[in-house]
Write a new protein. Sequence first.
Length: 131
Amino acid sequence: MIGIVECSQPGSPGDSAVLLGFRAGDGFGLAEPVQETGDADELAARLASLAAAHGRLLVVLGSTVDPAVAAIAGVDVLVADPGGACTGVWLELARHWQEWSDSYPAVALADHDALTRRGYLAVLRTTPASR
């Protein structure tokens, strides 16, 4: 289950929230707690570490994240459509989770909030029952 709420007024950045719920044996599970990321170099190093640990990896980036951070061999990259207030990566997950859970052992979702100047990284791993 993925619940996404966006509230905005014309000309304002708005607020958003995401609620994730996972069932045992059904597609993805959160591999580790969501982490705050620092600068682009820190995110790139973290993604390289994930690629080494998980093999095939899909990296889903928010529209404000530089795709160069995921220029790593063996990593597929998708940049989410702009428009959501830091929810683009989650909207992509909601649309494609089944396809991705069949194709990738792990998916990393990274976005950056321009207002708070903080980046966040979530790592999802497929459960053995879904592969």
